[in-house]
Design a protein. Structure first.
Length: 305
C-alpha cells in the first residue's frame, strides 16, 4: 500500500507549493527533507513543479531580468531541497533539462547545486543527444578544469583544499580570435593577483572599461573571474574543487565513459588524486569530500560498472 504522509508533512508540502515567493526562501531554509518520513513521490509533484518554474526563470536571461525573478539565494535553496528529494525518492528523476540549462550560469553556488543534483540523477538523454549535447560537454569540460585556463594551475586537488598558504596565480583570460580586435588590443587579459580587487564584478568592470570584449564573451569572462576570485581563499578553493570534481562526475556519467580518457590525458594523475582525496576527507571540507566520492563512483562505474 502507498504510504500517506503525516498531516504535518502534507501541510508543509501544500505551503511550499502555494506560499508567496517572498516567504518561500525562509521556509526552504528551515526544511530538512532527509528527516521526513518517506511518502509517495507523487505528493511532491506540486512542489517540484513550482521548483521547476523557479529554476527555468533563473536560467532564462529574459525572465531573470523581470522584477519578480527568483534570487540566487532562493535558487540555491531550491537546488538543495531538490537534491534531498531525489535521494529520498529515487523514482523521481529530477528536472534534468532545467539543471542542464543552469550549467550555463556563472554563479558558483548555483553551479555547485545543479552539478550536485545532476550527479544524483540517472543518465539522461537530455545530456547525451540533441543540439545542446556538445554545448553541455564543453561546459562540463571547462568546469572540470576549473576554468579556461584552470585557476588552480597544476596544483593537486588535495593541496588546493587543505593548504591555507597556497596562493592563486595572476588572472588570465584568453580573448577569442573572432573578436576582430585592433592589433593594439591584447589577446590575453591579465591582472596581477596583488593588484586585483576581491570582488569579481568590480574586477570585470575594470577590465571592460579598458578592453574591448564582445557582449557574447562576457559571460565566459565573468565565470572565469568568479572562479579565480573564489580560489583566492581556502574556503573558496574547496568550492572550486567541488565544482571541478562534480563536473568530472557528470561528464563521465551523462556524456559517456569516453570522456574519462580525455580527462586522464589532460590530468594524468587524476586517479591517484582521487585516492589522495578519499584518504584526506577530514582535511578537505564537506563539499569537496562529497564531490570526491561522487567522482570516484562515476569513474569506477564507467570502468567496471
Amino acid at each position: 500500500l502507498a504510504l500517506k504522509p503525516p498531516a504535518s508533512q502534507r501541510r508543509a508540502l501544500a505551503e511550499l507549493a502555494e506560499c508567496p515567493q517572498a516567504e518561500l526562501l525562509l521556509r526552504l531554509q528551515e526544511l530538512k527533507v532527509q528527516r521526513w518520513e518517506r511518502c509517495v513521490a507523487a505528493n511532491w509533484h506540486a512542489v517540484l513543479n513550482r521548483f521547476d518554474d523557479i529554476l527555468a526563470a533563473f536560467a532564462d536571461p529574459v525572465r531573470r531580468a523581470a522584477p519578480d525573478a527568483p534570487s540566487e539565494e532562493l535558487v540555491c535553496e531550491v537546488l538543495r531541497v531538490v537534491h534531498q528529494v531525489v535521494f529520498l525518492h529515487q523514482e523521481l528523476k529530477g528536472a534534468v533539462d532545467r539543471l542542464r540549462d543552469l550549467l550555463q550560469c556563472s554563479e558558483l553556488g548555483v553551479l555547485l547545486g545543479a552539478l550536485r543534483c545532476l550527479a544524483a540523477c540517472p543518465p539522461s538523454r537530455h545530456l547525451q543527444s540533441g543540439h545542446q549535447a556538445a554545448l553541455v560537454e564543453r561546459r562540463l569540460e571547462v568546469l572540470a578544469c576549473g576554468g579556461a585556463p584552470g585557476v588552480l594551475g597544476s596544483t593537486s586537488f588535495r593541496e588546493a583544499c587543505s593548504s591555507s598558504e597556497w596562493c592563486v596565480g595572476d588572472f588570465e583570460f584568453e580573448l577569442p580570435s573572432s573578436l576582430g580586435m585592433e592589433p593594439s588590443e591584447p589577446s590575453v587579459l591579465k591582472v596581477r593577483a596583488s593588484e586585483a580587487p576581491q570582488d569579481p564584478e568590480t574586477l570585470q568592470a575594470q577590465l571592460l572599461a579598458s578592453h574591448n570584449v564582445s557582449e557574447a564573451f562576457r559571460p565566459a569572462l565573468l565565470l572565469q573571474l568568479r572562479l579565480w576570485c573564489r580560489a583566492r581563499s581556502l574556503e573558496g578553493r574547496r568550492e572550486v574543487v567541488a565544482i571541478s570534481l562534480l563536473a568530472i562526475c557528470n561528464a563521465v556519467k551523462h556524456v559517456g565513459p569516453g570522456v574519462l580518457q580525455q580527462f586522464l590525458q589532460k590530468r594524468p594523475g587524476l586517479l591517484s588524486e582521487l585516492c589522495d582525496l578519499l584518504q584526506s576527507l577530514h582535511m578537505i571540507g564537506a563539499d569537496a569530500g562529497v564531490a570526491a566520492l561522487r567522482a570516484t563512483g562515476a569513474v569506477l562505474d564507467s570502468r567496471f560498472g
